[in-house]
Design a protein. Structure first.
Length: 235
C-alpha cells in the first residue's frame, strides 16, 4: 500500500488559502495548517481561520477526517521591523519602488522557512501556499521564480527535499472562485464569502456581494473584481 500523503498548508484564513484548503483536502490523506501572527493590521484574519477550517472540512466526510492540527506561529518581530501599511496604521499607497506600501519585505520567504521548520518536525515535506502571480498586487515574493529558489534553499539547508504546491499560481481571482465552486459547490463558495477575510484594513462591518471588507484597499479591489468576473461568466 502507498504511504498516506500529507501536506502542510500556509493558511491565513483569506479567500486564497480557504480555496487551497479545499484543494488540499480533496487531494491529500492528511492536511495540517500553519498561520502566522506578525502583528498584521488585519489581524482579524487570525480569528476567521478556525471557522473556515471547521466549515470547509465539514463539507465532506473525507475532508473532515483528513484535516489535522493547526499551528499558529508568533512572528511579531516581522511586524516590528516592517514599516508598511500592513503593519502600521498608515495610508495605503504606491511607494518610490513602484510597489504598494502593503508589501512586507521577506514575508513569504520567512513564512516558507518557518513552515518548513514545522514540517520538518512533523515529518511533512510538502507545503501548500496560495501565492499567485497571475492576478495579484505585484509582490516579488509571490513570483514562481522566487518561490522555486526559496524551496531549493530550504531543501539544501535542511538536507531534505521539500516541495511547494501553488494551485492558484497561474489563475485569476475569478478563476479562484470557479475553482472553489468546482471543489465544493455553492456551499464552499458561501463559506468563503461569509467566513474568509481578505481586507487589508481588517474591516468586517459591512457585507458586500463578494464578502466583508472596506471595498477600497487593493485586496478588496482584487476580490470584488474577481467576484464580478466570476458572476459574469455564471450569467
Amino acid at each position: 500500500m502507498a504511504e498516506p500523503s500529507t501536506a502542510l498548508l500556509l493558511f491565513s484564513g483569506g479567500q486564497d488559502s480557504a480555496t487551497c484548503l479545499a484543494w488540499a483536502l480533496d487531494r491529500f490523506d492528511h492536511i495540517e495548517t500553519v498561520g502566522f501572527d506578525y502583528e498584521q493590521r488585519h489581524a482579524v484574519e487570525l480569528q476567521c481561520r478556525g471557522n473556515v477550517r471547521e466549515k470547509v472540512a465539514a463539507l465532506y466526510p473525507d475532508w473532515h477526517s483528513a484535516l489535522g492540527p493547526d499551528h499558529i506561529l508568533d512572528l511579531s518581530v516581522l511586524g516590528k521591523i516592517s514599516d508598511t501599511s500592513l503593519t502600521r496604521d498608515v495610508e495605503i499607497e504606491m511607494n518610490e519602488t513602484g510597489l504598494p506600501s502593503t508589501f512586507v519585505p521577506g514575508r513569504n520567504l520567512i513564512f516558507l522557512n518557518f513552515a518548513a521548520a514545522v514540517g520538518y518536525r512533523r515529518g511533512i515535506t510538502t507545503l501548500i501556499g496560495g501565492m499567485c502571480e497571475a492576478d495579484f498586487s505585484g509582490y516579488p515574493d509571490c513570483r514562481k521564480q522566487t518561490l522555486d529558489v526559496t524551496m531549493s534553499s530550504i531543501s539544501l539547508g535542511m538536507d531534505r527535499v521539500f516541495t511547494l504546491e501553488t494551485p492558484l499560481m497561474s489563475i485569476s481571482k475569478a478563476g479562484a472562485w470557479d475553482m472553489a465552486e468546482t471543489l465544493g459547490g455553492q456551499d464552499l463558495v458561501d463559506i468563503i464569502l461569509e467566513e474568509s477575510h481578505t481586507c487589508y484594513l481588517g474591516e468586517r462591518g459591512r457585507r458586500y456581494d463578494w464578502g466583508y471588507g472596506c471595498d477600497d484597499c487593493p485586496a478588496c479591489d482584487l476580490r470584488s473584481k474577481g467576484w464580478q468576473e466570476y458572476m459574469d461568466v455564471q450569467t
